[in-house]
Design a binder for this molecule. Sequence first.
Ligand code: SIN
Length: 528
Amino acid sequence: MNSDWKQHEIVIVGAGLAGLFLALKLSPIPVTIVTSAPLGKGASSSWAQGGIAAAIETGDTAFAHAMDTINAGAGIVNAHIAHILTSQAAARVADLLSYGTPFDRNLEGDLLLSREAAHSARRVVRVKGDRAGGAIMKALVSAVRAKPNIQIIEGYTAKKLATKNKAIKGVHCWSSKGQHLFLPARKVVLAAGGIGALYKITTNPKQANGEALAMAARAGVFLADTEFVQFHPTAINANTDPAPLATEALRGEGATLINKSGERFMAKLHEDAELAPRDIVARAVFRENIEGRGAFLDCREAIGADFKTHFPSVYKKCRDAGIDPLNEPIPVAPAAHFHMGGIHTDAFGRTTLNGLWACGEVASTGAHGANRLASNSLLEAVIFAARVAEDLARNSSFTHMPKRRKKDLYQELENVKTAIRAPQRKDIKEMRELMDRYVGIERSEQGLTLALQRLTELAYKHQDHLTMSNMLTTARIITISAAMRKESRGGHYRTDFLKPDAKWAHRSFISLEQAERAAAQLLNNQKA
Ligand code: SIN
């Protein structure tokens, strides 16, 4: 890192779609982005295959898109937020075009739109079939690099927020070699992505390990809906970590789900068959696999010889795994894919701490409820990043903060006694297995308590290890929230409470203190 970095009043943690879009929208306000991986790498956004949902086809409306979003969310979507999300979608797609995203077009030059599960219209803009995430990120990375007001600090991971008198003061970051960097800031935006890597089987990069949620929770910030994790039904089942995705757009184009006997098992489970809501398809795929019947995505007829050109990313992933999707069905399994929960924010990304905003997957705006609609995640990232920018710009001074004094830096260092050591592989493996087995697609009181007990022992063992402690804090909060919600709804499926319960038809909000109290109670009940 260049040692003469400038001190800015705004620091963005994370350089996925939300972080980069926010920095661009803030221009020309000076801003610092801190990111653990080189720009454009290590962000889930770069891997997104589906695209961005926007009601831009003649006859489609933002209202219809909002209604689909609300229906998919299984009764607990914040309708106001859903309408904001869908009504500003077309404008944000136009922004992405202006930053150079090459969305697919037809011969007349109109944007090509595809259909995905639980959407009532064709409304997903894509790039070369399944390359939207990578192409959007490539365009944004070049746009960001061309802006002199955006300072990028690569190779440092934010692990702790500094606060004073209930307001943000800055962010503590570390390099992978253990070098500490304190970034003083009056305004911090967490845009650090999701939690998929807390699970053994995930489509997310290893950076999506939930640390930002723990950072916020430790600073006293409220989290929301943390029990709701979305499992994508069709990750390619080839024993790779992370598991490559076979995009839902394949099913949108007619690919079917079959078991070893060639039976189309979704047809008997839901009227929309393969295009049923994602949680229903994920559970069905899970059941076929664990009951030994196997689950496969059959693209031979629907996609056929066009596979290589229409879905180049999935084609490559299949070939890398030794699968020929033109001639054989693709073995699939569900994988942790997206967190509907996260840091509780309002319609402008404000959290419950002064000076702290959040946007992108790390935030929980209430747009997704219990189950996110396909291709609404990149959309949410750009919509709320733009709204955070609007909020920040209202009262930003446009100036650099005063140059930091060496004394301040040393004081901060003294306050950070936490060791940053190499993560403990064996214990991370155990945590990810526990999350998959007990806090995954099917959950029960017994399993959640077992997981909580062991995660708590691991948290105790690693209390002085900041990375481990952050990951385990987030894993425990998800587990505790899942234990508290005694019903099944969307992505949260309890084998001991099979149905939704009207008493629970609302979002959940939790602080670290409340989570710890609930954990102690659960573990005590189990002992009694
Ligand atoms: C997919 O391409 O199936 C994933 C899209 C999404 O998660 O919205």
